[in-house]
Structure formats: structure tokens, C-alpha cells
Design a protein around this ligand. Structure first.
Ligand code: TYD
Ligand code: MG
Length: 454
């Protein structure tokens, strides 16, 4: 038999190399390359089913009119992010920082799915069964019919799954799992990849749904290879600031529903509780309107969400003024600053700029551009935006305002929360919502003139 060739892979980005080196050429990370030793030729014979390599004609597939029923957990925020409940035999990856609440969320989900009649097993590789039980006690879930297992060896786990035949297995976490087909240490790229592959293919074969927990690296990627994201049907990220009690579950990939959908939770002393009206929550900490504070009417997935943006602009003691952003894209901030300077003649040279999305929320929508510009100008001019006004709109490099989607939903949500006027781009549909005065503007210069009388 030919000698197995040794390869090396990067634990940060998953790139594979022939040689070891101290720094990954693909992502630039240091000390992240390790040897992938002894990957076996394939899965062990025991894990291969009878359906090996058989093909079926498309027309021979039984055409059930209705797709297999999804199971609702009853946690509405989770069900929506999944695209309307759990799809049988689907594979889901839940990523997030250590300590953010993944185990808590999934134990609660396991309990709810089990109560709805799904045979559910929770496999913990990080905690002993007794510890999981203690957590369940704290969450008041001890009566839920969930099976617990504390295992890290993949072969043992597959044996347990074979015996129990669950409809849903939760694997917490993929970084602790190891396959004896692979020589390297648990948590290494090749182990994570092999474990994820075996678990997802087992799940598909046995018609079992699997939820895999993955820790993310400091760069915000699922630790180990991105390839795990390609193996699963759905990728969810559990995000939040450690100091805040809000947690956002965000779908970044979903074969069975909308990506970008979010579910909002609050971490309490007794686990995660659902937040059904996130706008009210995100605005609850808002005091009297101060310069630099603007409410953005955004859309997250299928739902309108209002969030407060806060900007601070101050003379800089540094030769290179600071630009710091929390919850938004820093290159997008640079773009807005450049447009304000080039198109409206408002420079930020010599000024430090800080921008923060309140409540630990992260915004990805370009529709936040105008709200960001409004917050920056309001901070710079030391003039408040009226407290009853929401702002949204995309800014182009020419300074023109571009219409955004779902204007009506944004206005309705604002109206529900007591706002009475909105500043939005001209063009597109201009729905009228009772009780909301809509001020539609063509470009940024007009916004500056209207709002700050420049
Ligand atoms: P955990 O679910 O263990 O995080 P992860 O699995 O993502 O690493 O949650 C850890 C944090 O959550 C911990 O700091 C304590 C806190 N927590 C609560 O505030 N309330 C609770 O009811 C529970 C179970 C945890
Ligand atoms: Mg955990």
C-alpha cells in the first residue's frame, strides 16, 4: 500500500498545505497549522448503510404532495429562524462565542422538541450528564423527556444513536468530538471535519435531524473549517455582547427558510426567554434624545426592528483620528464619512468618530446608511434629531438616497412604537401609514439642509 501522504491544515480558515509553516498563507494567522495525520480512506464499514451508491430515477421518487411535516418547538423565535420549525433529517450548525448561551439555548430547544413528541438526545462532550442535569434543573426542565449522553468518541456516539434511534440529536460541541479514524487531536481541523461529515451523513441516512454546536474563533468564524458550513443545511449564529442580556440567533444560511432571519432572546437567571417585541426592547434604554442618537427603522429577515444608533464626534488628540464602530461595518462608516465630506462639504478631519448600535445588536442592512449619517451629523453639529422621528435609506457614492425595501413595514412598526414621522429616500413606493408623516428626500445635501439648516 502506498504510504499515506501527510498534509497540514490551518485551524483558522481550513486551508490545506503540503508543508508545515508558522503562518498560514491563506489567512495570515500565526501558529494555527497542524498535521492531519492518518485520515482513513473512508468511513468505517459499520457506518455505511445499504444504500451505497444506488441511484433512483427522479420520477420513481414517491411524490408526496405535502412535504414532511416540520416540528415546532413552541419557542417562536427559534422556529422562525429555522424557517418555520425543524425539518426532519436536516443538519443544523449553531455557532457562537464560548459562554454566549449555546448550550442553554439548545437544552431548552431539546426539552421543547421532546415535549412535542420528537425523540430527542442531547450529547454533551463538554459537560458530564450530572452537570447538564443541574443546568436543566436551573431551567426548570427536569421533567422533559430528553435523553442525555456525555460522550466524545464518535464511534460511541453513533452506537448510542443506533440503539436509541432518536429523531433529533444535539451534539454539543463539534470541537470536543473525535473519530478514531483520524490521528490528530480533538478540535483540530481534520477531526472537526471528519466528525461533522460522519454525523451529517449518519443523520441523512437514518432520517434523524442533527443540531451541531460549534464555537467560533475570535475572527467570528466557526472554529475549524468553513467546510462544516457547507455540509449542513442551516447555519445559525448566536450573537450578543457579553455585558448585555440580549442574544440574537441569526440564520446566515438556510436551505429551508429565509437567511438573515433573526430571533431575539434575553438571558435571564432561568435561561433564555423569548423577546417577541425586539423594537421595544432595543429602545427601552433610550433616554431623552441627545445629540448623536437616531432611531433606525430596519428590517431583519421578515420582521421590522427599530434600533437606536449612537454617535460621538470629538476633537482628536491623535495625528490619526480614531474611527471606532460597534455593531456596524467599519468600511461602510468610512464610506459615509467620505460622502459627507465630498458631497456635502462636511469634513471630519481632526475628529474622532465613534458609532455604536445600542443593545448589542449587529446591523448589516445598507438601509442604515442615512440613519448613520444622521447620527454623525447630529453629534458633530450638537443638534438632536426629533425624538419622534425614525430614519432609513441607502446612500450612494454620489450622495443620492436610494429607496429601500419594505418601507411600509418600517413605517408601521415605527407608528406602533409611538413615532410620528420618518425621514426616507424619495422614489419607489410611498405608502401612507396613518399617523406617520413621511419626509422623502432625494439626496444627502437636501437632508443636511432640511435637518440642520445648513
Ligand atoms: P452556556 O449556555 O454554557 O454558553 P455556551 O454553551 O455558549 O458556552 O451559557 C453560559 C452563560 O450563560 C454563563 O455565563 C451563565 C449564563 N446563564 C444565565 O445567565 N442563566 C442561565 O439560566 C444559564 C443556564 C446560564
Ligand atoms: Mg456550551
Amino acid at each position: 500500500m502506498a504510504k499515506a501522504k501527510t498534509s497540514y491544515s490551518c485551524s483558522a480558515c481550513g486551508a490545506v498545505f503540503n508543508k508545515w509553516s508558522g503562518r498560514c498563507d491563506a489567512c495570515g494567522e500565526w501558529n494555527c497549522i497542524s498535521e492531519d495525520t492518518g485520515i482513513s480512506a473512508g468511513p468505517s464499514a459499520a457506518t455505511l448503510g445499504n444504500s451505497k451508491g444506488k441511484s433512483v430515477h427522479l420520477t420513481d421518487l414517491r411524490t408526496e404532495e405535502t412535504p414532511p411535516p416540520r416540528t415546532l418547538s413552541g419557542l417562536a423565535e427559534l422556529d422562525r429562524v429555522l424557517g418555520g420549525g425543524l425539518v426532519p433529517a436536516s443538519a443544523i450548525l449553531v455557532g457562537g462565542d464560548p459562554g454566549i448561551g449555546k448550550s442553554t439555548l439548545l437544552l431548552q430547544a431539546a426539552a421543547e422538541f421532546a415535549r412535542k413528541g420528537l425523540k430527542t438526545i442531547y450529547v454533551s462532550g463538554e459537560e458530564a450528564s450530572a452537570q447538564v442535569r443541574m443546568r436543566a434543573q436551573r431551567l426548570d426542565l427536569t421533567d422533559a423527556p430528553v435523553q442525555l449522553a456525555a460522550e466524545t468518541n464518535l464511534r460511541d456516539i453513533l452506537t448510542t444513536l443506533d440503539q436509541e434511534k432518536p429523531q433529533l440529536a444535539i451534539i454539543d460541541s463539534i470541537q470536543t468530538m473525535w473519530s478514531d479514524n483520524v490521528g490528530s487531536a480533538p478540535g483540530s481541523v481534520s477531526q472537526v471535519r471528519a466528525a461533522a461529515h460522519e454525523l451529517t451523513s449518519y443523520a441523512k441516512r437514518k432520517n434523524m435531524a442533527v443540531i451541531i454546536v460549534g464555537h467560533v474563533t475570535k475572527e467570528g468564524q466557526i472554529a475549524g473549517p468553513r467546510v462544516v458550513e457547507h455540509m449542513v443545511d442551516t447555519v445559525l449564529y448566536f450573537e450578543g455582547e457579553r455585558g448585555h442580556q440580549f442574544r440574537v440567533l441569526r440564520a446566515v444560511k438556510n436551505r429551508f427558510g429565509a437567511a438573515d432571519e433573526i430571533g431575539v432572546f434575553e438571558m435571564t437567571g432561568r435561561g433564555l426567554s423569548e423577546v417577541t417585541n425586539p423594537s421595544a426592547l432595543f429602545l427601552s434604554e433610550r433616554g431623552t434624545p441627545a445629540p448623536g442618537s437616531v432611531v433606525f427603522a430596519g428590517i431583519e429577515g421578515t420582521r421590522p426592528v427599530l434600533v437606536e444608533l449612537q454617535a460621538l464626534v470629538a476633537p482628536s488628540p491623535h495625528a490619526q483620528p480614531r474611527r471606532a464602530v460597534v455593531g456596524w461595518d467599519s468600511s461602510r462608516l468610512a464610506m459615509i464619512l467620505a460622502v459627507l465630506e465630498a458631497r456635502c462639504g462636511i469634513p471630519f478631519t481632526g475628529l474622532d468618530v465613534y458609532l455604536n448600535v445600542a443593545g448589542g445588536m449587529k446591523i448589516n442592512e445598507p438601509a442604515a446608511d442615512l440613519a448613520v449619517a444622521a447620527a454623525l451629523l447630529s453629534a458633530r453639529e450638537d443638534a438632536s434629531i426629533p425624538a419622534d422621528t425614525v430614519v432609513f435609506g441607502e446612500i450612494s457614492l454620489s450622495g443620492a438616497l436610494r429607496p429601500v425595501s419594505q418601507t411600509e413595514n418600517r413605517l408601521k412598526e415605527a407608528q406602533k412604537l409611538g413615532f410620528t414621522s420618518a425621514i426616507a429616500p424619495k422614489g419607489g413606493k410611498s405608502p401612507s401609514v396613518a399617523g406617520m408623516a413621511l419626509n422623502q428626500l432625494a439626496d444627502l445635501t437636501q437632508f443636511v439642509g432640511d435637518t440642520f439648516g445648513a
